[in-house]
Design a protein around this ligand. Structure first.
Ligand code: AMP
Length: 275
């Protein structure tokens, strides 16, 4: 992969990278299509990264279907599909980890300690191997996007970051490989995440600026859904992920909710400046 990417770079081509854990859906495909349009060489990685899963999490059962991803890659005009083994990525004696302090502890970091260390480390490795000019990530994982941006700035990496909007099912549920875990009843209940975000948007458009009021409306809605259990609901500054009491400028409304045993995340970015 390194040799191929260096040759492409020497030939003066723009290299785009879309990092994924595979089992592609339309969310992944939106990143791949944007990257295809923008870059001369398109590399997509498929790697279920064990270091970003906690001991009680779903690393083993995480859905995988490489043949299907390969078919999609061909159909989308992907130039290289990078599918390293765990042993290649983390050979014996591996010791180095990337910690993006403070940002890693917020939102999802609270219930997934170590998750963003795993993410930052694997993304830096992918950047080092592929040396992309442009890397594409989804707004679905809002905190991940903020952390990768911070890492790029802090470590002076020559990578341009492109963040693509959340792709949703018709009923609003954000597409996710984990939606596969949902039984039909849970699938129906899972729409509560998006519905609560719509409620938040409505309140903000109606002039509400107090985070506590917005959170309590969302909380109440979600608590009425018997299959749902809130992990967190948070209104933060979209850039530094600090919680806000009163909304100003750009706010990230983010939540994580268990639907049965499946933990789902969603978010909404709103800009109230000049509104
Ligand atoms: P994953 O395979 O879940 O690690 O996701 C790979 C990339 O796709 C990440 O940058 C995600 O943020 C992005 N992604 C996942 N789901 C969606 C979605 N519904 N809409 C947009 N991007 C997404």
């Amino acid at each position: 992969m390194k040799r191929v990417c260096r040759e492409e770079a020497r030939a003066g081509k723009t290299i785009g990278l879309v990092p994924t854990m595979g089992y592609w859906h339309e969310g992944h495909l939106s990143l791949i299509r944007a990257a295809r349009k923008r870059c001369q060489v398109l590399v997509v990685s498929v790697f279920v990264n064990p270091t970003q899963f906690g001991p009680q999490e779903d690393y083993r059962q995480y859905p995988r279907d490489l043949s299907r991803d390969i078919r999609s890659a061909k159909a989308e005009g992907v130039d290289y599909l990078f599918h390293p083994s765990v042993e290649e990525m983390y050979p014996q004696g591996f010791k180095t980890e990337v910690e993006v302090r403070e940002l890693r502890d917020k939102l999802c970091g609270r219930s997934r300690p170590g998750h963003f260390k795993g993410v930052a480390t694997v993304v830096l490795k992918l950047f080092s191997i592929i040396r992309p000019d442009v890397a594409f990530f989804g707004q679905k994982d809002a905190q991940q996007a903020v952390i990768i941006k911070r890492m790029i700035d802090d470590l002076d990496l020559d990578v341009e970051l492109v963040i693509m909007p959340i792709v949703r099912e018709e009923d609003g549920l954000a597409m996710s490989s984990r939606n596969l875990y949902l039984h039909p009843e849970e699938r129906r209940a899972a729409t509560i995440l998006y519905k609560s975000l719509q409620k938040a948007r409505e309140l903000v458009l109606g002039g509400e600026r107090r985070a506590s009021v917005i959170i309590s409306h969302m909380k109440q809605m979600i608590e009425e859904e018997p299959l749902a259990r809130i992990d967190y609901i948070s209104l933060t500054n979209a850039e530094n992920l600090q919680e806000v009491d009163i909304i100003e400028d750009k706010v990230l409304i983010a939540l994580a909710v268990f639907i049965g045993k499946t933990r789902l995340i969603d978010n909404l970015l709103l800009d109230v400046s000049g509104a």
